[in-house]
Design a protein around this ligand. Structure first.
Ligand code: HAM
Length: 427
């Protein structure tokens, strides 16, 4: 127990962090280009926030939340997703009064008590975006373009964008009624969960993985036939925008999503080759009633969240590794050790990664250590060199060596590394 993490949560070791940072940096660059600003909301929120927004009959709220009563008697939940908290903050801080359209992004851990497997964890991470304040289809296209651009930037292949429209509060009730009637006629074929949810949440039956439910709902009524004129036109415009931008997609009429706040456009980025990854790598949609539901002014919204763990599983191998130090100083003897410390400190304060050996081991073992650390260069300060006021700079790749005066080591190295960095940046 003491040395074992909780089931379904994961440590990210330094070698994992390299890839995570790469994704996070690409995401920040993309968000910047599309005008999304970062918001950081708390990991704990009042339980009622999630019940109200995600839906009391959703799997998340019914079965998966880490909800508890704290020592003061408050009902608290570890956030299972990011949208509810962002919308709560949007209303609480009246962000709608500052700008007609607010575009926000976030990154961070979410918590759901699901059965852990590859790409499904109990603490997982999302990168999410929410655009609030615009009802038109243009922002849907913008948000989908951002999502697909980000996947492109990361070189991710084997994903397909699937979209659907779930209608609005005017036309969805008619569809729900038709679906309910259809399901009632097949009640005995449905799993107990779907039987129980026919009243409150019949759409979930379309998404149920149980074989009986899949067979029973194969000819279920089609939402697209129930969309009212406004919803139909909105969906057509979204598709037109995606076509204009050459963003590939398919329409998945059975996509219902597991959260109750969605209206109109919904979408998922689905892994087509399922290489150990769960199906949806990212998902989202419109939630035009949510701000009002949480006590704010009637404000439309749309957003998505990417599952980081699932995304990382799909990231192409790029061989990036933890970078070794620019310089390793190998010094022999106490006086040389003091020089080593000064050189290392001088470089570090100029932002250059430098290491030295703390152990006072032999020069040979220090060189081995330098090699293992993947240092690009080693500065050797032996007793002889020290007596002559010089040090030997060895390039670990070419094995070339040169003597440089100890006095000017820091300035020489800083200048040289800056030139190298400038050249690297150009390429
Ligand atoms: P969601 O479909 O519940 O939507 O989750 C979005 C993504 O989070 C999923 O597609 C998946 O990649 C990842 N994810 C979910 N659960 C897990 C898990 N247990 N382990 C690993 N990854 C997981 C939302 O959360 C909405 N808030 C998205 C949204 C934003 N809609 C509008 N704005």
């Amino acid at each position: 127990m003491l040395t074992q993490a909780i089931k379904g949560v994961k440590d990210l070791l330094p070698e994992d962090s390299v890839r995570w940072r790469k994704v996070e940096t690409a995401a920040r660059d993309a968000f910047n280009a599309y005008g999304f600003l970062e918001i950081r909301t708390p990991i704990i929120e009042h339980t009622v926030l999630f019940a109200r927004s995600i839906g009391a009959t959703s799997d998340i709220v019914e079965k998966e939340m880490y909800a508890f009563t704290d020592r003061g008697g408050d009902e608290i939940t570890l956030r299972p997703e990011g949208t509810a908290g962002v919308v709560r903050a949007y209303v609480e801080h009246k962000l709608y009064a500052k700008d007609p359209v607010t575009k926000l992004y976030y990154m961070g851990p979410m918590f759901r008590r699901e059965r852990p497997q590859a790409g499904r964890l109990r603490q997982f991470h999302q990168i999410g975006a929410e655009a609030l304040g615009s009802a038109g289809p243009g922002i849907d296209v913008d948000v989908l373009a951002l999502l697909s651009d980000l996947f492109g930037r990361l070189g991710i292949e084997g994903v397909e964008l699937q979209i659907n429209s779930l209608g609005c509060r005017d036309c969805r009730p008619k569809y729900r009624a038709a679906l309910k009637e259809f399901l009632m006629a097949r009640y005995d074929q449905l799993c107990p969960d779907c039987q129980r949810r026919i009243e409150a949440n019949p759409l979930r039956a379309l998404d149920c993985k149980a074989e009986g439910c899949k067979a029973a709902t194969a000819d279920a009524p089609d939402m697209s036939e129930y969309l009212d004129d406004g919803c139909r036109e909105h969906f057509a415009k979204v598709r037109e925008g995606l076509d204009d931008l050459d963003i590939g997609y398919s329409v998945n009429k059975r996509m219902v999503r597991g959260l109750d706040y969605y209206t109109r456009t919904t979408f998922e980025m689905v892994a087509t080759d399922k290489k150990g990854a769960q199906n949806a790598v990212a998902a989202g949609g419109r939630y035009d009633g949510l701000v009002e539901e949480l006590g704010g002014p009637s404000t439309p919204g749309i957003g998505f969240a990417i599952g980081m763990e699932r995304l990382i599983l799909m990231l192409p191998e790029s061989g990036e590794d933890i970078n070794g130090p620019e310089l390793f100083v190998a010094a022999l003897g106490t006086d040389a050790g003091r020089v080593a410390l000064k050189v290392v400190h001088g470089l570090r304060t100029k932002g250059i990664h430098a290491e030295w050996d703390y152990s006072g081991a032999s020069l040979k073992s220090q060189m081995k250590k330098a090699d293992r650390s993947a240092a690009k260069r080693v500065l050797i300060v032996g007793e002889d060199e020290l007596a002559r006021g010089v040090a030997i700079l060895r390039d670990m790749r070419s094995k070339e060596q040169q003597e440089i005066p100890i006095k000017s080591v820091i300035a020489t190295l800083v200048n040289r590394l800056k030139v190298i960095q400038a050249i690297a940046r150009k390429h």
